[in-house]
Design a protein around this ligand. Structure first.
Ligand SMILES: C[S@@+](CC[C@H](N)C(=O)[O-])C[C@H]1O[C@@H](n2cnc3c(N)ncnc32)[C@H](O)[C@@H]1O
Length: 277
């Protein structure tokens, strides 16, 4: 019998990318080679097989694009402090640790209780029980002289626009001049959730509609770079199997919004602009 799971509605969504990474790791043309995800899936008492469909592969593509934003930052700033907000059972620290960075993984208490069964803190790796929408974690992750690089992958999508905007403005004010990577979903993506076979198995639904990540400048984020699954960074595209490299471009040509509605974005935090959206 595996480890029992007791998670809130949004927290349970972490099991989708975990299973996606485990399935990817089983393939000879694996993108992330996250063999730890295979171990975690087999250690948990959960019916992962109910999750099917493109969202599983999509979570791997997303993680690869997020990884590359951080990897290229670390090439120039190896001593960065990394903060992964809403980490779930991500193994990004294991994938990107350069032996110098300091890493903080933050998630809600029930997710962290599960995570702590499999991961342990070390001198450069710290788990924090907390919420991205609060500010009490800010002082925990600030380290004198260190740059901060923040990531939040498939988390803010589940909040209302108002909550997201407030949260982003707080982060921008607390960590001015920092890099932040996050994903945005447009109207087409939000409107198709009930037809998505993965979401049919979950209670949580994504709420925040953002068709243009440039508008987040109003909430303290200046867009530096934006990708879709049809336009990953060249270093990432080189590691993707042909079915994704070509398939996503074909899909974009046939029905552009199916691909362009979901964006992976790199921002710099700045003072929020006055005015609305
Ligand atoms: C779809 S999962 C993504 C997990 C991870 N980022 C990944 O890509 O594997 C959503 C995550 O958001 C976390 N979460 C939900 N609400 C949160 C909050 N207020 N603060 C921090 N994390 C939160 C959940 O616990 C869950 O781990």
């Amino acid at each position: 019998m595996g480890e029992a799971i007791s998670l809130g509605e949004v927290q349970e969504t972490l099991l989708v990318p975990l299973y996606g990474r485990a399935q990817d790791a089983e393939r000879p043309d694996s993108i992330l080679r996250d063999t730890r995800a295979i171990e975690l899936v087999s250690a948990l008492d959960y019916d992962f097989a109910k999750f099917r469909g493109p969202a599983l592969g999509g979570s791997v593509l997303r993680a690869a694009i997020f990884d590359e934003y951080l990897r290229s930052h670390l090439a120039d700033h190896p001593d960065t402090t990394v903060v992964d907000l809403g980490c779930g059972l991500s193994t990004r620290f294991d994938r990107l640790d350069n032996g110098r960075l300091h890493w903080f993984d933050l998630d809600l208490p029930d997710t962290m209780a599960l995570r702590r069964k499999f991961f342990t803190d070390s001198d450069r790796y710290t788990m924090i029980e907390g919420s991205i929408i609060d500010t009490d974690w800010f002082d925990r992750v600030r380290e004198p002289g260190n740059q901060v690089f923040l990531l939040s992958e498939a988390v803010l999508l589940y909040f209302s626009a108002e909550t997201v905007h407030t949260t982003l403005a707080q982060i921008a004010e607390g960590f001015p001049g920092s890099r932040l990577v996050l994903d945005t979903g447009g109207r087409v993506m939000m409107g198709s959730q009930d037809r998505n076979p993965v979401f049919k198995q979950l209670t949580a639904r994504m709420k925040w509609i953002c068709d243009d990540p440039r508008t987040l400048v109003n909430h303290g984020l200046r867009l530096l770079d934006s990708r879709t699954f049809a336009s990953p960074q060249p270093a990432v595209a080189g590691r993707w199997p042909r079915r994704y490299r070509v398939g996503m471009k074909v899909l974009r040509a046939v029905f552009p919004p199916a691909v362009t509605t979901y964006k992976l974005n790199l921002f710099e935090t700045t003072a929020p602009a006055s005015g609305g959206d």
